[in-house]
Design a protein around this ligand. Structure first.
Ligand SMILES: [Zn+2]
Length: 127
């Protein structure tokens, strides 16, 4: 651990799929990525929809409330921003770089730094 106190920006939590969509529209611009509800509570994911529109699917039920958090949504949006689907799907260096950059840009540099520290301590390579 670094002996430097790090003040993290507050992480947004969302109450509905619509509020996640409004957030995504603010971050990326309206219409760039669609947000839809998915069944189950086990996770969120990024996909190309049947109509090829980039889509983030988030659990909509009460059990899925854990996923309606800013860092979870930004993680999925980093898949959208990462250069190649294959590397992004594997959470490789290109993906982690995109995630760190996005978190720093949207939440503030402290959030990007915190992610860098977590990745470094976990032995994850950032591209
Ligand atoms: Zn992922």
């Amino acid at each position: 651990m670094l002996g430097v106190p790090l003040t993290l920006p507050p992480e947004a939590r969302f109450g509905s799929v619509d509020s996640v969509q409004a957030y995504v529209d603010r971050v990326l611009g309206p219409g760039e990525v669609r947000v839809r509800a998915r069944a189950g509570a086990t996770g969120a994911h990024y996909e190309r929809g049947a109509d090829r529109r980039p889509t983030v699917a988030v659990p909509a039920g009460r059990d899925g409330a854990w996923a309606l958090r800013e860092l979870v949504v930004l993680h999925e949006l980093a898949h959208h921003g990462a250069p190649s689907d294959a590397a992004a799907a594997a959470h490789g260096p290109e993906f982690t770089a995109a995630f760190v950059d996005l978190a720093a840009r949207v939440m503030g540099p402290e959030a990007g730094l915190a992610l860098r520290i977590v990745y470094a301590e976990s032995g994850v390579t950032i591209g």
